[in-house]
Design a protein around this ligand. Structure first.
Ligand code: PLP
Length: 497
């Protein structure tokens, strides 16, 4: 199994190189040359297996230059018993008779990013031993909140790695900020930037692809790699839980073997939903992928018109991890749907960089419509649905998952589609306690975020996850901020080079 670049399909690299480098030198993203398949029998055979065993099965199809022992040790380390608060790692919880919630937030930072970022450090250190044996890895992360913390937790004190995280100063929740500011570990740094998430992400991408910066690092025995969702090592762990969810639906008798499911994903950078697309391409019976957005509805417009246009107002919403106007992973979907037309991808991405806008061909748009549906919801509507879902189904969702539930309810009302549906739940409600309290009660007390979690717990009787309730006793270690054009200097300062 080899990988190529979305912007140069003549390129061939092994999985370990794709994971070590993070992004291709031509600015493109690494994608598998051939997408491997799972038969229905393979999926049925997964039913009695643990999450670790299911993950080994899926990963071994993609990481063919890793030995079985290496895959075993990576996966067993990442999802070891006790790291996730559910024995099933990513359990399915029933919402109603045709809807299941796939809880992806049971890891150490209470957001779905843990699913990938607990595994990535293992994949990356294993891969870099093959691809770049003499270099120390520098992980540079731009985060809208959850990635940063999950990456810091995943990489802290991992030998041979350093990690630097940039986040938008006013674009993350107080809980997310506290989680990052109190991060422990000898190889970690955190810096706020005065700008929004897209500024942080563009800044990181510029530093990342600058040859002079790469040379300076190299002279110091360092090399960049990425923990952002553009890294193949982030995506591949996410494919696992869609395969696993289908096995669980079979086990629960919710679908007959081969009967399709729909998948609803609250989407920002298009990583999570793209993983579901790969699962579908592998043979997991998926009918429709429903892409749910908040008021930053650039993807809703794209998936329903074929024109991507980021020239619009950027909204700060109560689902900050989805406040994104450039969804990087979409590039991978375009590559696959255009019949691997790297020239077309380059044209679209150049237009996006220059004018903020591009339109795909009728052919690509037709393929999008075959698989994807899309919708968006604003904050007041989502609040109403969070309350209703709690009151009527007894399920307390966070604000991101609330967007997905809202868009799903709209979709079924409009289409009458009764296909069994899996909704990806991406964060614990306690990560966004204030917004969730406002959704339930119409208001929230003026308290620090972690005390707000206590109020929410008293009201609902649902326990606060330990990683969040422990935060208040931790010391703040990082409080610096910088301008976007100072990011490169920050990197050198943090690395002391
Ligand atoms: C990152 C994140 C998302 C968006 O996921 P993408 O893979 O970027 O589309 C949604 N919800 C939460 C809670 C997140 O942390």
């Amino acid at each position: 199994m080899l990988y190529t670049s979305t912007r140069d399909k003549s390129l061939r690299v092994e999985a370990s190189e794709a994971i070590t480098r993070g992004i291709s030198e031509d600015g493109g993203l690494f994608v598998p040359v051939d997408i491997p398949t799972l038969s229905l029998q393979d999926l049925q055979d997964m039913i009695p297996l643990s999450y670790i065993e299911r993950a080994k099965k899926v990963l071994s199809l993609y990481l063919t230059d890793f030995t079985p022992e290496e895959i075993d040790s990576c996966v067993s380390g990442a999802y070891a018993p006790g790291k996730f608060s559910s024995e099933k790692v990513a359990p399915l919880v029933t919402l109603d008779d045709r809807t299941e919630v796939l809880e992806l937030f049971r890891g150490p930072t209470c957001a779905f990013k843990d699913m990938a970022l607990q595994l990535l450090p293992y994949l990356l250190t294993t891969a870099s031993k093959k691809a770049a044996p003499d270099k120390e890895i520098v992980i540079l992360v731009a985060t809208s909140g959850d990635t940063g913390k999950a990456a810091l937790e995943g990489f802290k004190d991992v030998p041979g790695t350093r990690i630097l995280v940039f986040y938008p100063k006013d674009g993350v929740s107080p809980m997310q900020q506290l989680q990052m500011a109190t991060q422990e570990g000898e190889n970690v740094s955190v810096c706020a930037i005065r700008g929004n998430f897209d500024d942080a992400q563009s800044g990181v991408k510029t530093i990342f692809t600058d040859r002079a910066v790469a040379e300076k690092l190299s002279e110091n025995g360092l090399m960049f790699s990425s923990a952002n969702s553009i890294n193949w090592g982030r995506l591949v762990p996410q494919i696992v839980y869609y395969c696993s969810a289908y096995a669980d639906l079979l086990e629960k008798g919710k679908v007959a073997p081969g009967e399709p499911m729909n998948v609803v994903v609250p989407t920002g950078n298009f990583g999570n939903i793209l993983a579901a697309y790969y699962a579908k391409r592998m043979g997991v019976p998926v009918k429709t992928l429903l892409c749910a957005s908040n008021a930053n509805n650039v993807l809703t417009d794209f998936l329903t018109t074929g024109t991507y246009d980021r020239n619009r107002t950027f909204y700060t919403t109560m689902s900050p991890s989805m406040d994104i106007l450039i969804s990087s992973n979409l590039e991978r979907l375009l590559f696959h749907l255009s019949g691997e037309d790297d020239a077309a991808v380059r044209t679209w991405m150049d237009a996006l960089a220059k004018t903020g806008k591009y339109t795909v061909t009728d052919d690509v748009f037709a393929k999008i419509k075959e698989t994807f549906a899309a919708g968006f919801a604003d904050d007041p509507t989502v609040s109403g649905v969070i309350r209703k879902t709690y009151e009527e189904e007894g399920y307390l969702s966070d604000t991101h998952t609330g967007v997905a539930i809202t868009v799903y309810r709209d979709y079924t009302a409009k289409t009458g589609d009764t296909t069994e549906t899996v909704i990806a739940a991406t964060a614990s409600p306690y990560k966004f306690s204030k917004s969730v309290l406002i959704a339930l009660d119409g208001s929230a007390p003026e308290l620090p975020e972690f005390e707000m979690a206590g109020v929410l717990c008293e009201k609902t009787g649902i326990p606060v996850p330990a990683p969040l309730s422990n935060l208040k006793d931790k010391t703040v270690r990082f409080s610096a901020d910088c301008a976007v054009d100072e990011m490169e200097q920050q990197v050198y300062d943090m690395l002391r080079i």
